[in-house]
Design a protein around this ligand. Structure first.
Ligand code: A3P
Length: 340
């Protein structure tokens, strides 16, 4: 990755994009391959901007994920945890009860991709900031990942079974395209809706051709870094969070530098956060039933909530399809020490 982490940062994407390998079969976005990953073409200017314009702060917390791995949930939990003094989780007017989760915590590369003024949005946020990214670890700006006293910012990664991430993404894409067609699209250009079968989506996914794919490389990069620098990168699993939400929220708080006190624990603050951010609570809020992400994507908030369980892939993939993906993932991870 010396080309992206070299002294000159990353190249001029407006010029470079046209020469990068292109994939247009993977809905909903045209993808370009860069640095070993397939990124939405519309994100590329944002990738450049976060390298050149984004000013990290030592107190920043980055929430990183492969799409459809539980990002929305992690955003809600981290936001509620960091801001619990100002916004008690049981409060009726908590920001998460009034605003969409993705408006409480923005993706930094997409905010910069749709407007260079994105930088102002982030500069105005009070510390500690919670930000999110789908970028692979190797494409993050050097100033975020570097080892130095003034780059103390931390990264929390959420990982999910690739079969569930694939199925969740496939269902999301179909709903998103239908919604975009109904409203004449959003700010971001999408491919025209087309029949998009699970078989096609699986085939592309197996070749790593999906948003920020290959999935297993995305996961492995963050996992390896979490092993190398556990104080810098916290690696969480969606399935474990479903099993033991409170325990994972405590881990998250500790890692972010704001552990719960004994008084908070006995006052039920951890449980109140778990409750506020639970699938049932969030999906029952009016803002998540009828609201949409502020101005950016066409995505209505409700699209980010499906079933919220582990193993939904079995309702959409045959055992043979699952076995094919499992074999590919196992092969790619062999020798790494990591398993799903
Ligand atoms: P399913 O489509 O399998 O239901 P992302 O937030 O990264 O886009 O991931 C979306 C997935 O997370 C969806 O999975 C969605 O239902 C699930 N999800 C969203 N909010 C959740 C919550 N509060 N608790 C558990 N899962 C949640």
């Amino acid at each position: 990755s010396s080309d992206v982490h070299g002294e000159g940062g990353i190249p001029d994407m407006a010029k470079l994009a046209q020469s990068l390998p292109l994939e247009t079969r993977c809905l909903p976005f045209s993808l370009r391959q860069y640095g070993g990953f397939w990124l939405p073409e519309w994100i590329l200017p944002g990738l450049e901007a976060v390298h050149t314009h984004f000013e990290p702060r030592a107190s920043d917390v980055f929430l990183a994920s492969f799409p459809k791995s539980g990002t929305t949930w992690l955003k809600a939990l981290a936001f509620a945890t960091v801001n619990r003094a100002e916004h008690p989780p049981s409060g009726e007017d908590h920001p998460l009860r009034r605003r969409g989760v993705h408006d409480c915590v923005n993706f930094f590369e997409s905010t910069f991709a749709v407007s260079r003024e994105g930088g102002d949005v982030f500069a105005q946020l009070p510390s500690p900031r919670v930000l999110a990214t789908h970028l692979p670890y190797s494409l993050l700006p050097e100033r975020i990942v570097e080892d130095s006293s003034d780059s103390d910012c931390r990264i929390v990664y959420i990982c999910r079974d690739p079969k569930d991430a694939l199925v969740s993404g496939w269902l999301f894409t179909k709903k998103m395209l239908a919604a975009a067609a109904a409203t004449n699209g959003g700010i971001v250009e999408m491919l025209p809706p087309a029949p998009y079968t699970m078989e096609e989506a699986l085939d592309l996914f197996c070749h790593g051709r999906c948003v920020t794919g290959p999935h297993w490389h995305h996961v492995l990069e963050y996992w390896e870094e979490s092993r190398r620098r556990p104080e810098k990168v916290l690696f969480l699993r969606y399935e474990e969070m479903l099993r033991e939400p409170a325990c994972n929220v405590k881990k998250l708080a500790e890692f972010m530098g704001c552990p719960f006190t004994d008084e908070e624990e006995s006052a039920g603050v951890v449980d109140a956060i778990v409750d506020l951010c639970s699938f049932n609570q969030l999906t029952n809020l009016q803002v998540n039933k009828t609201g949409a992400m502020e101005g950016r994507l066409v995505a209505r908030n409700e699209l980010f909530f499906g079933k919220g369980v582990a193993g939904n892939w079995s309702n959409h993939m045959s055992p043979e399809m699952a076995a094919r993906l499992d074999r590919i993932v196992e092969g790619a991870l062999r020798g790494s020490g990591f398993t799903f």
